[in-house]
Structures are given as structure tokens and as C-alpha cells.
Write a protein that binds this ligand. Structure first.
Ligand SMILES: Cc1ncc(COP(=O)(O)O)c(C=O)c1O
Length: 386
């Protein structure tokens, strides 16, 4: 059982609940970021990031930098594409709009390929788009946290390699890494960017980016200097390589306590087969989705192959708003999130089922949240005379 102070269970699609050992690692005493103890922890953490991505290619390069998931977008937009070049952004919700806005901030031309809400662009549509223009990179939101739509990273990457092999495949894995399968080398992905606070189970504050040799070549061979200083991959790469070789290094001060927490959670995650972790998330997701169907409700993502395994976006019955249901859930000790997609934000709620809430059955978070969801809906409907 957790020894944390009693609190409502946080089941939003990130940040998520913490394992005690992960949280306790944040209480590490002060140490220099260049002292041998920390250098070892950081170096091992980078190697654990490779394991998390199932990558054994020594020429692939992980980055762990203080910042949130958004910093990963800036790293991509300021290093891997230049002013006036084209990016194809596959749109499955809110986060594609923001990634496109970030790419445009640095001068790229972002073309969005949009699917109706709850769906994803088809492989045929993507193939057609790739044949119409030359794109320096393509972005996929693996799980769009605003809609709960899962994208087919493996299928899209295969397609890009066949139709436009020089286009970098960039995956926003902020809401997928740690709960959805990602085989970085085997699928031949170029970038996965993620953050510490979702299925990885660490407090917010670290941006984690994995890059392929193709992506490394891209930023090394830019015609113009990187468009950012702090987010420059060329500035961070030697630092990451030194730490992984257990040599102290400095470009900007790392978040030492957060790196300890990341080390702890990645050690836990990689100490068991990743397939077991993905299967546990699929099983939890299946129970949530079955309960949603039993309540007569529908998901934003109606097709099973489009449905994320770490979260569920649930349409509210006609006549109910998130503000009618969320307080009733809180009264029962569980926090869900309101809608986020701007066109339908008041029509749905989001249930995050990731990390320790899924992998530690002693916590009973998912079954008890499902029970609370059923009660809260019935109370809300009764209150509204529905
Ligand atoms: C899919 C996705 N991408 C990017 C982000 C941005 O990450 P952050 O809020 O950590 O900056 C989020 C945040 O929830 C997200 O869900």
C-alpha cells in the first residue's frame, strides 16, 4: 500500500499517481550535478531510456532535458527542419494544432492532414499527401490526449519509408510512452518525444527525446544554425554522451532530483518485460471501455483500433456537462479531466488509466474508479431529471 498522505486518486491523462519509491527518490540530498554519484545516476538513466524505447542502436541518441513535453516540440522544430521547409502534421486532436503552431513559430510550413474528431487520417490519405509535396518531416501524435485517439505509428512509418524515405518520422509520445508499444529501431522511427509525467510515472519537469542516426545527421548538417539555444540538440548531444560514459559535463544545470525519480521509475519499468506492461494497460483499458459501453455511453474514438490504452475520452449523455459529473467523482475520491478538444470540450470527460494505477493491483484504482463513474452518472442524471 502507498504511504503517501491521503488524497483523491488522480486519474487524469497525466500527470498520474506516483509509486512511493519514485516519489521518495525526489528527497535525495543535495549533490553537485558533476559529482560522481549523480553522473552515474544520469548516465544509467540515459541507458534506461534506450531500453524503454527498445533501442539497441548505439548511434541513436537519447536526450533528457529539464522542461515539459512541449520542449520536445521546440527541439524538433528548431533542429530538424529549417525556415521555409515543409512539415506534414497528422491531426488527431488538439495537440497536432499546437505542434503545428510550434513548427511555424520557427518558420517551417506546417500542413495539417485532419481527420474527423475521433478518427485518424488513413494510410491512403497520408500516401497521397506525401506524393503531392516534399516533406522534411512528418509528425504523428501517438495518442492525442484531447481525444484518446491512438495512431498507427508502425504503419505510418512503413509507409513513409516506402513513399518518401528521407522524411523524418517524428512521434509525439507524450501520452503513449510507457503504456503503448514503441519499437524505436524495429519500426525505424526518427524521433520520439515524451515527458516524464504520464505513463512513465515520474513528476512533471523532464523532456525526453529519442533520436535516430538519420535525425542526428539532419541537425548536424543544417544549412543554418539551430533556431534555439537552450533547445539546441548540438549543444546537448555531447553532454548526453559524456554522462552516458560516466563523465561529468555541463551545458545547463540538470534537474538532479527529477533525474533520480526518472532513474527509479525507468528501473522499475524495464525490470520486467515491456510486453507485460503493455498487456496490463490493454487489460485495464478494456475494462474501462466495457464499463463505458455498459453505461450506454460512447467514446470519442469509436473504432477499437483507434482507441488509446492509457486513457478513455467519454461522451456525456445529452443534458450533462463535465461540471455536473466531475464534482460527483471528486466526492467519491477520484479526479477525472474535463474535455479539451475545443470544438466539443463541454461534451465529454477524460479518464486516465496509466502507470502505477494500472500496474499495482493493490491500489484497486481502476475498479474503484469504474464503480465511482457508474454512481456519479446515476446521481448526475437523477439530479437533472434525465
Ligand atoms: C500528446 C501531448 N503532446 C504534448 C503535450 C505537451 O506536454 P507538456 O504539457 O508536458 O508540455 C501534451 C500534454 O499533455 C500531450 O498530451
Amino acid at each position: 500500500m502507498s504511504t503517501q498522505a491521503p488524497h483523491p486518486t488522480l486519474l487524469i491523462p497525466g500527470p498520474i499517481e506516483f509509486d512511493d519509491a519514485v516519489l521518495n527518490s525526489m528527497g535525495h540530498y543535495a549533490e553537485s550535478h558533476t559529482a560522481p554519484g549523480f553522473v552515474k545516476t544520469f548516465g544509467e538513466t540515459l541507458t534506461l531510456v534506450r531500453k524503454l524505447f527498445q533501442s539497441s542502436n548505439p548511434a541513436a541518441q537519447p536526450f533528457v532535458v529539464s522542461g515539459s513535453g512541449t520542449l520536445g516540440w521546440d527541439m524538433v522544430a528548431s533542429n530538424l527542419i529549417e525556415r521555409g521547409e515543409n512539415a506534414l502534421v497528422l491531426h488527431t486532436g488538439y495537440f497536432a494544432d499546437s505542434f503545428a503552431a510550434c513548427l511555424e513559430t520557427y518558420g517551417a510550413n506546417a500542413t495539417q492532414l485532419k481527420a474527423p474528431i475521433g478518427d485518424r487520417p488513413s494510410l491512403e490519405q497520408i500516401e497521397q499527401a506525401l506524393k503531392e509535396k516534399t516533406y522534411k518531416l512528418l509528425t504523428i501524435t501517438h495518442v492525442d490526449t484531447s481525444t484518446g485517439v491512438l495512431s498507427d505509428v508502425k504503419g505510418v512509418t512503413e509507409l513513409v519509408r516506402r513513399v518518401s524515405p528521407e522524411t523524418l518520422v517524428v512521434v509525439d509520445g507524450v501520452c503513449s510512452v510507457g503504456c503503448e508499444e514503441i519499437a524505436f529501431d524495429a519500426w525505424d522511427i526518427d524521433v520520439v518525444l515524451t515527458a516524464s509525467q504520464k505513463a512513465i510515472g515520474c513528476p512533471p519537469g523532464l523532456s525526453i527525446v529519442m533520436t535516430s542516426p538519420r535525425a542526428v545527421d539532419r541537425f548536424r548538417n543544417r544549412k543554418t544554425p539551430p533556431a534555439s539555444y537552450y533547445a539546441s540538440m548540438a549543444n546537448w548531444m555531447p553532454v548526453m554522451q559524456n554522462y552516458e560514459n560516466f563523465k561529468p559535463s555541463y551545458f545547463a544545470t540538470p534537474s538532479t532530483q527529477l533525474v533520480h525519480a526518472l532513474h527509479t521509475t525507468l528501473t522499475q519499468i524495464t525490470s520486467r518485460p515491456l510486453s507485460e506492461r503493455f498487456a496490463a494497460h490493454t487489460q485495464a483499458s478494456d475494462s474501462v471501455k466495457a464499463a463505458v459501453a455498459e453505461l450506454g455511453l460512447s467514446q470519442l474514438a469509436p473504432k477499437p483500433e483507434n482507441q488509446a490504452h492509457g486513457m478513455t475520452a467519454i461522451y456525456l449523455p445529452e443534458g450533462l456537462l463535465p461540471t455536473d459529473v466531475l464534482p460527483l467523482l471528486l466526492k467519491r475520491g477520484v479526479i477525472f479531466a474535463a474535455g479539451l478538444h475545443k470544438e466539443i470540450a463541454t461534451k465529454y470527460i477524460r479518464f486516465g488509466h496509466m502507470g502505477v494505477s494500472v500496474t499495482d493491483p493493490n491500489r484497486n484504482h481502476i475498479n474503484s474508479a469504474i464503480a465511482s463513474l457508474k454512481e456519479a452518472f446515476s446521481e448526475a442524471k437523477q439530479a437533472k431529471g434525465l
